[in-house]
Every structure is written in C-alpha cells, then in structure tokens.
Design a protein around this ligand. Structure first.
Ligand SMILES: O=C(O)CCC(=O)C(=O)O
Length: 418
C-alpha cells in the first residue's frame, strides 16, 4: 500500500485496540454504503477494548471489500498503531473484522503487529501484516480446475489460490513464527512395539466440533455454552487457531462452502522429510470429508493413487462386489500408476467427496534439499474429542518445541519452551 493511500485513510489518533467483530445482518449487507468515521471518544488508552460502534458507524455496511484504516499514536517506541477494519458486504462474508497493525512509519504498512497469545502456545504468534491480510482477503485469485476424470477422484485445484509474491511472504511468515514439533511415538504392529519418528516438522491448532474457544482463550461446550469439564481432554492441550492461519481458514471456508475447525501444518525441511501414502479418512472427520491442502515455499511432488481394488469403499466396493470388470480394471490402473502434482507455492488442492475413502496421497522423499523447505497447511473439520486427542498426539506430542532461526535459516530448538 502506498503512503498516499494509507494517509488518505488516516483519521484522528485514537489510542485503542479495537477487538470486536461486528456481524452484519443479511439485510444490512445487501445495501452497502460507505462506512463513516465518527468523532473519536476522548480518553482512550492503549489496549482498551471499545465498542466498535463508538468509533465507526457501521449501521450501514461499507462497500464490498472496503477497508477503513484508523491510526493512533500510542507512544510505544514512536510506533503508530493502525487499526484496519476489513468489512465484507456482499460476497458471502458478512463480518466486519478488526485487526491492529503497529507500524514504525505510516508508509510501512507491511510491518508486523501485535501478537496472539494462549496458555498452550509456547510463545506469542504475530498477526499478519496488512499486506498479507489483504492478500488473503482478496483470495482465491483464480477459479479452480475440477479434476474428476478417474474413479472416485473429486478434486478442486486452485493454481494458485494466493499470488506468488504474497504466497512467498506468507510461507516465510508461517515458517518463522509458528511453533513446530518433531513428534516421536510408539506404535504396536502385529504385537510388536515400534518407535516412530515423524519424518517432518508438524504443528496443529483447533478444537473439535464439541468445544469452542471464547475470545479469552477458554473452552466452552458448543451445545450448552458452559465451561468444559477439566478432564474433557485427557492428553491434548487444544489451542485456538492463531489469526495468521484463521484468516486463511475463513477465506477457504467461503471459497469451498465448507466448515473447518482445524489447521494442521507440516514443514518439510529437506528432501528426507516426507509423508507416506495414507488417506485422511479418520472416523472422527465427516463421512466424505473435504480437506483443503495449501502449499508454500519449496516445490515438492504430491502423489495420489487409488486404493487397491480389495480396499475400495463406497461405490468402488459396490462395483467390485457386483464384479464389474470394467470398473475394477479402471481402479486397478489408477492404483498402479500414481498421479503426480508438482505443488507450487500458493496452490490449494481441495480433496472432497469420495476421494479420501478411495485414494491415498503422499509426499515422497527426494534427493537434495527438498526445494529449500516446503510448508503445507491442511484445514479439516474434526467432529469428536477422540479426534482432538489424536491430532495433538501426532502433531504436537510431548517433545521439544522448534522454531525457525532466521540467522541460520534452519529450525532450532526453542530454549524457553514449557
Ligand atoms: O504436505 C502435503 O501436501 C500433504 C500433507 C498430508 O497429507 C497430511 O498432512 O495428511
């Protein structure tokens, strides 16, 4: 954003952080008109939470995708705090959201801002810069391609979902700012215990459908609104999706018409990091789950192959049982010759419908540096407490925390972790 544009939106200083999200009704959002800044209330203090209506008249919503910025000098290291209000009137997103972005220079609207904190975060996680906030709210930038030419395959491919420059900045931001884990666990197979070392960095945020986070980070029962029992989660320590991922979650919910309550993040540091063939068809997801899978930074191959005929489910199984040789042959072919996608930064693949119950996917190991490191985010909807225990066990675990060392340009153990 240019200085001119930013200045045009700056209004009188108001030393406050506006946190409220104002929900616009459908009736309001169908008649957009310009949001106007009202006179600022006197005596606002840094960090004070104020009613949005006190500073902004949103009784009529602003035009589609209109943003209104307010500035305030809060005297902290001569920073300027910019409050950005992203209001969406017509495109199905009817929230007016408020984020705050401290910048050292009003022309530098890409500087990072205040941080999200939670007792289960090992360290605070910064919110997005205004540039990234805008890039995500303007996404997807392209219509998806539909890939359903093989039995039970149902993919939407956004190539890309986010523009290349923003995708690079976002990937670097996530690699730098998120806590990661190198999870180890024991698996009993055929009566024998095996030590498993997850061959990639992982992290996870979110909670299943039965619980919800309040704005102060506590969990309540979705059905009653009452605080959850202390022992509801036996091993997992659920934590809310930080806003830097939650903005993308909301965007992808709108783009795919699906609800997601989990963000799982993988970081493949080198070519030795991988994920073996599996499908995301766990019993705690919905029946035909939609999994939205994003790629950032390095390019890696994503392989997909049909489950062998004997393991097919749904229609494939029915076809097998009816001994339809044509379908069985098609499935055997799709099982034997994997599809290969070179996932570029900013790409999103939505795997939906019958895909997960019939197809396997993997990121195989490869020689070399793995394209300089690749970030993957999957958004999913987990329905049960058991799913929460599972996701935290295998993506956070009980080991040490890793954080990106910008100087060494590699993951390093985070010293002050709990
Ligand atoms: O990195 C990817 O693209 C795949 C990740 C994946 O399959 C998973 O997290 O289940």
């Amino acid at each position: 954003m240019s200085k001119r544009t930013l200045d045009a939106f700056l209004v009188t200083p108001a030393a406050a952080t506006v946190k409220r999200t104002k929900k616009l009704s459908n009736a309001e959002s169908s008649t957009p008109s310009r949001a106007t800044a009202k006179k600022q209330p006197d005596g606002l203090k840094p960090g004070q939470v104020i009613d949005l209506d006190e500073v902004i008249d949103l009784s009529s919503p602003p035009p589609e995708n209109h943003r209104l910025l307010l500035s305030s000098s809060i005297g902290k290291k001569s920073d300027v705090e910019v409050l950005s209000i992203a209001a969406f009137g017509r495109d199905g997103k009817s929230d007016a959201e408020v984020v705050s972005i401290p910048v050292t220079d009003p022309s530098n609207a890409t500087a990072s801002c205040s941080k999200d904190t939670h007792t289960n975060y090992p360290f605070p996680i910064p919110r997005l810069s205004f540039t990234l906030h805008r890039a995500i709210s303007d996404s997807p930038i392209k219509e998806p391609k539909i890939l359903n030419h093989l039995p039970h395959l149902d993919l939407l491919s956004f190539e890309p979902y986010i523009g290349i420059k923003d995708a690079r900045e976002y990937g670097e931001f996530l690699r730098r700012e998120l806590p990661f884990y190198r999870v180890e666990y024991k698996l009993t197979r055929f009566g024998k215990e095996t030590d498993i070392k997850t061959p990639r960095f992982t992290t996870v945020f979110g909670v299943d459908e039965t619980s919800r986070f309040t704005s102060d980070g506590n969990m309540i029962e979705t059905s009653t609104g009452k605080p959850i029992a202390k022992n509801k989660y036996k091993t997992a320590k659920p934590r809310p999706i930080p806003s830097c991922l939650d903005e993308l979650r909301k965007s992808v919910e709108a783009a795919t018409g699906t609800v997601y309550n989990y963000a799982l993040v993988n970081y493949y540091a080198t070519g030795s990091d991988s994920i073996s063939y599996h499908s995301d068809d766990e019993h705690f997801l919905e029946k035909e789950p939609a999994i939205a899978s994003f790629s950032f930074l390095g390019v890696r191959d994503f392989l997909m192959k049909h489950k062998p005929p004997g393991q097919a489910k749904g229609k494939a199984k029915a076809a097998e049982e009816a001994q339809d040789p044509a379908v069985t042959a098609e499935i055997a072919k799709a099982a034997g010759s994997p599809l290969k996608f070179a996932l570029r930064p900013g790409t999103m693949i939505l795997m939906r419908g019958t895909t997960q119950s019939n197809w396997l996917h993997s990121i195989p190991k490869r020689a070399g540096d793995g394209g300089g490191g690749r970030i993957n985010i999957t958004f999913r909807r987990n329905m049960t407490v058991a799913g929460t225990e599972n996701y935290y066990r295998y993506n956070v675990g009980t080991g040490k925390v890793w954080k990106w060392d910008e100087g060494k340009r590699e993951m390093a153990l985070f010293a002050n972790c709990n």
